[in-house]
Structures are given as structure tokens and as C-alpha cells.
Ligand binder design. Structure first.
Ligand code: NI
Length: 184
């Protein structure tokens, strides 16, 4: 396993469309190693999720996990999820606004509206179909990560740019009041 370099905002790889992973390639060593490396990289940098284009591989692969994350102290624990070739559709419910961060925009947080419930159809790393409903923090993380596969960053989704905040100022001025936070 290896810790991969994370692309930062401004790198063109973050702005292109990611390609679907061919079904026959999912079980192969190249994709399996990439998934392992993405998980290790996400954990190393305390991300709540990571999309393959963030590690310079424009493929439709997303990993999400939260385990007592110091960057997201109030986030619920979420077991490791791997989504390959995901499609995300809103599943009723309203839009909710909350703060998000991103390993590709280090040090920044901003408020982003997201669907409160989504349905995710994808493949897991064994190549099996998964059909999944997510809400709350996980729904937000799924939408954030799958946006990366379309070349979209969280700042593109913000409605109010005055909420864009450096992490240090966020911890001092925002979190003590808002108390909640969020993805990568
Ligand atoms: Ni991100």
C-alpha cells in the first residue's frame, strides 16, 4: 500500500470527467491496489472520503469512512464504503446546508446545500452491484465525492461565499456555535 499525492484545486485532473471502470478490470490488481492506496491516503490525511481523481486517477471510484476523525470531531462513525461507477439520485427529503471541507482545498470550509437523502447505485470492490440509501452525513459525503467524478468541487455548489472560512478560523469562530461539520 502507498500514500498517494493529493491534487489541489487548480490541478486540471480535478476538473475533468472521470471514466467508468470496466467491469472486467475491477478485480484486477491495478484497481484493487488503487482502492487500497486510496483508503490508506484518506486515513493518513484524516479525510472522510476520497475520489480517485483527487489522487490523479480520473476513474469513477470513491471511498468514504469516518472513524473518530480529528478533522470532523462531531461526525458519526461510518464504516468503510467503496463505490465504483456510482450514480446518485435524490431520494425525497429536503436540501440541507452544512459545512464541508476537502483534501483538495486544504484549510478551507464552506456551507454547501445537499440533498438530505440519496440513493446510490454502484459496484463494490468485489464487482457486485450495490443499491444503497444514504442520509445525513453519509448522504452529504456521497454527493461531495461523486461530484469529484464530474469535475465539481464543493465551492462550485456554495450559495453564500461569505461562509468560506479557513480551518483555524472555523475552529475558533464557527464550530463552537454551529457544532456540526462535514466531507472531503
Ligand atoms: Ni473533496
Amino acid at each position: 500500500m502507498a500514500i498517494l499525492k493529493v491534487a489541489r484545486m487548480g490541478h486540471p485532473v480535478l476538473r475533468r470527467l472521470s471514466e467508468p471502470v470496466p467491469m472486467e478490470a475491477i478485480s484486477g490488481p491495478e484497481i484493487q491496489t488503487l482502492i487500497d492506496d486510496m483508503v490508506e491516503t484518506m486515513r493518513e490525511y484524516d479525510g472522510a472520503g476520497l475520489a480517485a481523481p483527487q489522487v490523479h486517477r480520473p476513474l469513477q471510484i470513491v471511498v468514504i469512512e469516518v472513524r473518530r476523525n480529528p478533522r470532523y470531531p462531531s461526525a458519526p462513525d461510518i464504516p468503510l464504503h467503496v463505490f465504483i461507477n456510482p450514480t446518485v439520485t435524490p431520494d425525497g427529503g429536503d436540501m440541507e446546508e452544512d459545512f464541508e471541507g476537502c483534501l483538495s482545498l486544504p484549510d478551507l470550509r464552506g456551507r454547501v446545500p445537499r440533498h438530505s437523502k440519496v440513493r446510490v447505485r454502484s459496484f463494490n470492490r468485489a464487482g457486485e452491484r450495490q443499491d444503497f440509501e444514504a442520509e445525513g452525513f453519509l448522504a452529504r459525503a456521497v454527493q461531495h465525492e461523486c461530484d469529484h467524478l464530474q469535475g465539481i468541487l464543493f465551492v462550485d455548489r456554495m450559495r453564500d461565499m461569505t461562509t468560506l472560512t479557513y480551518l483555524r478560523e472555523y475552529a475558533r469562530h464557527v464550530e463552537p456555535n454551529a457544532g456540526r461539520i462535514v466531507p472531503e
